[in-house]
Design a protein around this ligand. Structure first.
Ligand SMILES: Nc1ncnc2c1ncn2[C@@H]1O[C@H](COP(=O)(O)OP(=O)(O)OP(=O)(O)O)[C@@H](O)[C@H]1O
Ligand SMILES: [Mg+2]
Length: 334
């Protein structure tokens, strides 16, 4: 204290900043450095008031301004055979060169097989899995354990920078337990341990990873704020994340050549109204019901468009935002 007062008297406010220097009792602060310290303290206070990771957020916004954000949803059947996984991984690496990419994957068929092995009956309604506690255990182990790590390893082998996550990781998504649904057939059904994503703003963990040049690879599991794990349909999670990230395009890759009409031909372009009619008519059923409902939600929340493609037949890397959807795909628009 004494030292500081003495220094102020000797230096005066307008003298050039004679930085700090040693004294008999420690380092002497000049007026200039004190002012700088006050400024720094006020900057630190401003930083504390700002939302978390503002620099990452602005880096992500810059990324989004320069390249399109694409959310790529992969159906589980594309991630079973090693040759498919290799090809998908190569497409992911190629896509990351042209877009900011977030990958979400399902695992329907592999979960079905694991349930059968465990002797647990499968129950699905309009493409949504009725999930009790033993089913959830299988879902978590297959999705987060086997499939996610398999895809992450393949992307690494292909030269990419994947980070394996689930929707339960910090800020990726927050779920509430899904309310009972009214099925296409008009019944009320409680799906059990199934999650419904809550609008929660930009998922900062994902934006940080994307801004840092990583590829988030997200298994479709979520958690409530209190930490209850829940099974989430992969199309639902992908649609939610595409909306929260302001994605230019949601690409849904599966095992069919887009949405098929009654004669089994690809429908090139659908509005959400057309999709509704296909569901009512029964032309779109099972997993396609959940998919088309997810498309509608994404488009309502500002996603540019949705392309549904056969992940084995279409070069996924050709689907970077802005590019027209090639033949054999369905483009869903508002
Ligand atoms: N009109 C339709 N056009 C195309 N597929 C349809 C149609 N109606 C029903 N489907 C069914 O929807 C299925 C796709 O949904 P499904 O949930 O089975 O797979 P996925 O969503 O790609 O994978 P995952 O559930 O692992 O994420 C198709 O394999 C097909 O059997
Ligand atoms: Mg599905």
């Amino acid at each position: 204290m004494t030292v500081r007062r003495k220094a102020r008297r000797t230096l005066g406010p307008r003298k050039p900043a004679a930085t700090t220097g040693p004294s008999g009792t420690g380092r002497v602060k000049t007026v200039a450095t004190k002012q700088a310290a006050t400024k720094e303290a006020s900057r630190a206070a401003t930083r504390r008031r700002k939302p978390a990771m503002p620099n990452v957020e602005s880096a992500f916004r810059r990324t989004r301004a320069s390249v399109p954000v694409i959310v790529l949803k992969l159906g589980g059947e594309l991630l079973e055979q090693p040759s498919d996984v290799r090809r998908i991984a190569a497409a992911i690496v190629a896509l990351t060169k042209r877009s900011a990419l977030v990958v979400v994957h399902g695992g329907g068929k592999e979960i079905d097989a694991a349930l059968a092995t465990a002797g647990i009956p499968k129950q699905q309604i309009d493409g949504l899995r009725v999930t009790d506690a033993p089913t959830l255990d299988v879902v978590v182990s297959v999705l987060a354990g086997a499939i996610n790590t398999r895809l992450v390893a393949a992307i690494r082998r292909g030269g990419g920078r994947p980070v394996g996550l689930t929707g339960a990781d910090a800020t990726v998504a927050t779920m509430k337990r899904a309310a009972p649904i009214t099925t296409v057939a008009g019944d009320r059904v409680d799906l059990g341990l199934v999650g419904d994503p809550i609008a929660n703003g930009a998922p900062t963990l994902i934006t940080a990873l994307v801004a840092g040049g990583y590829v988030p690879v997200i298994a479709c599991i979520g958690a409530t704020r209190s930490g209850q794990l829940l099974n989430v349909n992969a199309d639902t999670l992908a649609s939610h994340l595409a909306a929260e990230l302001g994605a230019a395009r949601l690409v849904i890759a599966g095992g069919t050549a887009g949405v098929l009409d009654d004669a089994g031909r690809t429908i090139a372009r659908l509005t959400t109204g057309d999709a509704e009619r296909l569901i009512k008519a029964g032309t779109a059923n099972k997993g396609m019901v959940a998919k088309l409902q997810a498309c509608r939600s994404a488009l309502r929340h500002g996603v540019g468009d949705v392309v549904i493609a056969n992940g084995r037949e279409v070069r996924l890397e050709s689907l970077a935002g802005g590019a027209a959807a090639p033949a054999g795909c369905t483009q869903v628009v508002r």
